[in-house]
Design a binder for this molecule. Structure first.
Ligand code: FE2
Ligand code: FE2
Length: 194
């Protein structure tokens, strides 16, 4: 089967659109985190956003293999989440859910279709994407839990806290409010990812 005439071709375009949107949603979450002084959380979110960019890049590259000339336009019809508003903690929860949907429903379905249509490499790409989105979902769930329960910088047992700005470390149940070395605020302290 020719890729350009396949369902997989459209699925690549749908997934590309989804990854671009996911990246933008993360940039918005990152923006909110920075505004509230959660610099380290913003860095983590930025890392996930960059992952989504690279997912989009790979999907785009496969789309380009469908034709030697220019691809002017691809018409797609698909649904995407638009639930996030300007609530940082709630957005972490919604992002975790969106990731889970991609990981457990959308990408496995696209992988199955790709294999059925004989596109082994693209099937593999969708499987690999699915496994990364599973990790994203887990990380976001953990971050949501910590920020919703107020345990991000306060633990039951003593842990090691590290300033991501200057590298200063201290043990304690609670992260230092201001870094004794560089005076950075608590939001720069590295989060413990459970
Ligand atoms: Fe992704
Ligand atoms: Fe993701």
């Amino acid at each position: 089967m020719e890729l350009i005439k396949s369902k997989t071709y459209l699925n690549l375009a749908k997934a590309y659109a989804g990854e671009c949107m996911a990246r933008t949603r993360y940039e918005m979450i990152e923006y909110g985190a920075r505004q509230q002084g959660y610099t380290f959380l913003a860095e983590l979110i930025d890392e996930i956003a960059y992952n989504e960019f690279n997912h989009a890049r790979m999907l785009y590259s496969f789309i380009q293999t469908a034709k030697t000339g220019k691809i002017d336009n691809i018409d797609i019809c698909s649904g995407y989440p638009f639930r996030e508003k300007w609530d940082l903690v709630e957005n972490l929860r919604l992002a975790a859910e969106d990731e889970e949907d991609e990981a457990t429903r959308i990408y496995p379905m696209y992988a199955k279709i790709a294999y059925e249509e004989g596109f082994k490499d693209i099937g593999g790409l969708f499987e690999n994407l699915s496994s990364v989105e599973t990790c994203h979902s887990k990380r976001l769930k953990s971050l949501h839990e910590q920020f919703s329960k107020g345990t991000a910088y306060k633990k039951e047992k003593s842990v090691k806290w590290k300033c991501s700005a200057c590298g200063y470390e201290a043990d304690g149940k609670e992260a230092f409010a201001v870094c004794p070395l560089c005076q950075a605020k608590q939001g720069v302290v590295q989060l413990q990812e459970e």
